[in-house]
Every structure is written in structure tokens, then in C-alpha cells.
Design a protein around this ligand. Structure first.
Ligand code: GAR
Length: 195
């Protein structure tokens, strides 16, 4: 089986990224991680990626000031230099421009901690609790020009329990993210359009 080279983009601790790297340790997984890229130099996930033997790189978005596309051109060049053909965003907290999204159309997915289309953006757990929802969860979706929009690949649900805080709810959802994301990445890689 030819395994598709993929990159993971992070901004923080990278627990979802680790879940993807672990899944890809199975030689039957359809993807092979070739790069972990962070926009933040202090992202804990960079060290974790190194510990897994996957090349890691930081491209600090602050260097590019407000020029989002200049930042993304560097990112795009690094992804291509690493041979990546698919990108999984895993806690990558920068909005991407239409230029980047078009360049990677059909090859760019994201995980978001809500049952999309509910609660796009930030503070998803607090907003689900405040709304009195009975359940919350996480979604893996293709990335398009909108924020947290794009075709949904899969979702996982958890109950919201009495007394839940954003922290307790996030702690209930996160392990489900770690199960969902490798499965959804596998599915997306197997459906990837031919270049
Ligand atoms: C995860 O909960 C992920 O769903 C969320 O950030 C967290 C990153 O944790 N992503 C977003 O909110 C994107 N809109 P991790 O660094 O441990 O994977």
C-alpha cells in the first residue's frame, strides 16, 4: 500500500496531533506523517513530535506581522518541501486565507470541539453549556473559506451533565477527539482526489 505523506499543523499542546502520529504507527494506516508544523515557537506539541521521530518546524506568524498570505506562503513551501500531500489541522488557531485553502482544497481537514454547525469559533464548551444543550461533541471537517465550515467528515457526541463547567466538558470531549480524528483522517486519505 502506498501511504500518503501528511503534515499536521498545531499551535499548542498537540494532543490530537499525537493521536494522529500514534495511529500512523500502524503500517496499515493510509498516511505517513512527514512534518509537524507550529505557528508558535513554544507549542508543547513540537517537542512531542520530535519524541515521536517526526520532523517538526516552527514558522512564527508574528514575524509576518499582518501579512497573512506571506506567512502562509512560507507554510505552503515548508509543507511541499517536506513532501506533504495532505494537511490535518490539530488545534491550529490561525484562520487561513482563501489562497491557502484553495491551494489545499480537498486535502485540508480540521478538528473542532463542537457539534458543527453549532458553535463555530472560540469558547465552544462554555457556549454549549450556556445554551442548555443536552449534548456536545467534536467534528472533523474539510476546510473551506469559512471559519469552521466545510463538509463534515464525522462527529462524536458526549452528554452535557449537570454541574458541567467548560473545563469538565472539554475533558470529556478531548478523549473522543483523539478517537475520532485518526478515523476521520483515515477516511479522508482514502477518499483523497488524485493529483
Ligand atoms: C482541541 O480541543 C481542538 O479541537 C481545538 O483545540 C484543541 C487543541 O488541543 N481546536 C479548535 O478549537 C479549532 N477551532 P490539542 O492541541 O491538545 O490537540
Amino acid at each position: 500500500m502506498t501511504r500518503i505523506p501528511f503534515a499536521v499543523m498545531i499551535s499548542g499542546r498537540g494532543s490530537n496531533m499525537i493521536a494522529l502520529l500514534r495511529a500512523a504507527e500502524d503500517e496499515d494506516f493510509p498516511g505517513l506523517p512527514v512534518l509537524v508544523l507550529s505557528n508558535k515557537p513554544d507549542a508543547g506539541g513540537l517537542l512531542a513530535a520530535r519524541a515521536h521521530g517526526v520532523p517538526s518546524l516552527c514558522i512564527d506568524h508574528r514575524v509576518f506581522k499582518k501579512d497573512r498570505e506571506a506567512f502562509e506562503r512560507e507554510v505552503d513551501a515548508a509543507l511541499r518541501a517536506a513532501g506533504a500531500e495532505f494537511v490535518a489541522l490539530a488545534g491550529f488557531m490561525r484562520v487561513l486565507t482563501p489562497w491557502f485553502v484553495h491551494r489545499w482544497a480537498g486535502r485540508l481537514i480540521n478538528i473542532h470541539p463542537s457539534l458543527l454547525p453549532k458553535y463555530k469559533g472560540l469558547d465552544t464548551h462554555a457556549r454549549a453549556i450556556e445554551a442548555g444543550d443536552a449534548e456536545a461533541g467534536c467534528t472533523v471537517h474539510y476546510v473551506n473559506e469559512g471559519v469552521d465550515e466545510g463538509t463534515i467528515i464525522d462527529q462524536a457526541r458526549v452528554p452535557i451533565l449537570p454541574g458541567d463547567t467548560p473545563e469538565t466538558l472539554a475533558a470529556r470531549i478531548l478523549p473522543r477527539e483523539h478517537e475520532l480524528y485518526p478515523q476521520a483522517l483515515k477516511q479522508a486519505l482514502m477518499q483523497m482526489p488524485v493529483r
